[in-house]
Write a protein that binds this ligand. Structure first.
Ligand SMILES: NC(=O)c1ccc[n+]([C@@H]2O[C@H](COP(=O)([O-])OP(=O)(O)OC[C@H]3O[C@@H](n4cnc5c(N)ncnc54)[C@H](O)[C@@H]3O)[C@@H](O)[C@H]2O)c1
Length: 379
């Protein structure tokens, strides 16, 4: 008989109850205890599931001798301290995105997890979703041709956060998807934004990520839009994809369209762009709740001592990008070069997140090979 992995959850705000529901649903997992500093939120979670023990002290969960894993769904500013305490107490640790507030914090957490042989996973939920996995499969098979650019918009009248701006709150979803699709780390980033409602906390930002071979991605994030939009366009030299996450069934549409410049012409009159209009099609997606897959993956990694698909290294990459965006925001959108004179460190990230055995190659790892990042001019 399989042993049950005993789990505790810290944070019962907006996202915590979703994690509680999903961990409870897993057959190999026993969710024993939940914690929130806010007694009203704790009561709410415990009222949903009468068999849960509720506590207001995170230490009781972290130091609980009968738990093997801790799930952190608290505000970002508390992630590092809680995750560090959890890892030092010998618990496998699952942290909500974004992993921490700085790369230094992420590196320390990765190092502790590695030394102690513990699983450290960051919840980049979208990488477990069927549409994103399908898009990555299509791009990596070369079906779109060369990727020219990606444009992403994540907008609505949003839940204002106090400790992070909209780029740190919403853009992690887009950044994780884009890095995954392109399998590359950007050379540079720029970001502009404004704080209209809470002083010092930008509620609208526009960022551009520049990749080798003139590829780029733009990400627009806002808590101030009247309509909810969750849309990404991936433009390739042969085909294009529109991914609308608000659609229930037809989330991805692939367009067989392109524009081709004539290879040769003598006179201006002979010059025509050639527009190709082919079919568009909607691939079938096996829909499963991405958060459930992420929770299941964490438990699987503990059971098999494998590296998570979104381990500490992925969390660290994300924070590098967000730190670059914040640095650019402070200079009104001046480009921030990763690895450049004003840029983030280029040190190769550790090759594992604590697990002792290599994970099964469920998918090509973006960071398994040495970083391909070079300082180049932005073109
Ligand atoms: N993966 C996703 O799609 C997704 C979606 C939403 C939120 N999140 C992430 O989840 C985390 C929580 O976000 P939220 O929207 O639920 O925030 P929230 O403010 O609604 O809830 C956080 C809860 O944590 C509690 N808390 C604060 N400090 C604590 C501590 N030290 N110990 C125990 N409890 C503590 C607060 O009282 C609050 O109830 C954030 O990191 C956020 O980015 C992820």
């Amino acid at each position: 008989m399989k042993r049950l992995i005993r789990v505790g959850v810290l944070g019962c705000g907006y996202w915590g109850p979703l994690l509680i529901r999903n961990f409870r649903s897993l057959p190999d997992c026993r969710l024993k205890v939940v914690c929130d500093l806010d007694i009203a939120r704790l009561k709410h979670a415990c009222a949903l599931y009468s068999d849960l023990e509720g506590v207001t002290s995170p230490e009781r969960v972290i130091k609980g001798s009968d738990l093997e894993a801790v799930v952190i769904a608290t505000p970002v500013k508390s992630h590092y301290a809680l995750a560090k305490a959890s890892l030092l107490a010998g618990k496998h640790t699952f942290i909500e995105k974004p992993m921490a507030t700085s790369t230094a914090e992420c590196e320390e957490l990765i190092d502790i997890a590695r030394r102690k042989g513990l699983i450290l996973m960051v919840d980049h939920t979208f990488l477990y979703s069927a549409p994103v996995r399908k898009i990555a499969e299509i791009v990596q098979a070369g079906d779109l041709g060369e990727i020219r650019y990606i444009n992403s918009r994540r907008l609505n009248l949003g839940l204002f956060q106090k400790d992070i701006n909209v780029a740190w709150d919403l853009a992690p979803h887009d950044i994780s998807i884009i890095l995954h699709i392109l399998s590359e780390f950007p050379i540079a980033i720029n970001c502009q934004g404004n704080a209209h409602v809470s002083p010092g906390v930008e509620d609208v930002t526009n960022m551009s990520l520049f990749f080798p071979h003139k590829r780029f991605a733009t990400i627009q994030s806002s808590w101030l839009e009247p309509r909810k939009i969750r849309e990404m366009t991936i433009v390739g030299s042969q085909r294009m994809i529109v991914y609308d996450d608000l659609q229930t069934r037809e989330k991805i549409r692939i367009y067989d369209v392109r524009v081709v410049r004539p290879p040769h012409y003598d006179t201006f009159a002979e010059f025509h762009y050639s527009y190709h209009y082919g079919d568009s099609y909607i691939p079938h997606l096996q829909q499963e709740e991405p958060l459930n897959l992420a929770c299941r993956h964490f438990i699987d990694c503990i059971e098999t001592n494998s590296h998570p698909i979104t381990g500490g290294r992925h969390g660290l990459e994300m924070i590098r990008v967000l730190e670059g965006a914040s640095a650019s925001l402070k200079t009104n959108g001046a480009p921030f070069l990763f690895g450049g004179p004003n840029g983030g460190a280029l040190a190769p990230v550790p090759s594992n997140d604590g697990a002792q055995s290599p994970s099964k190659p469920k998918r090509a790892s973006r960071t398994a090979s040495p970083p391909r990042l070079l300082v180049r001019g932005i073109t």
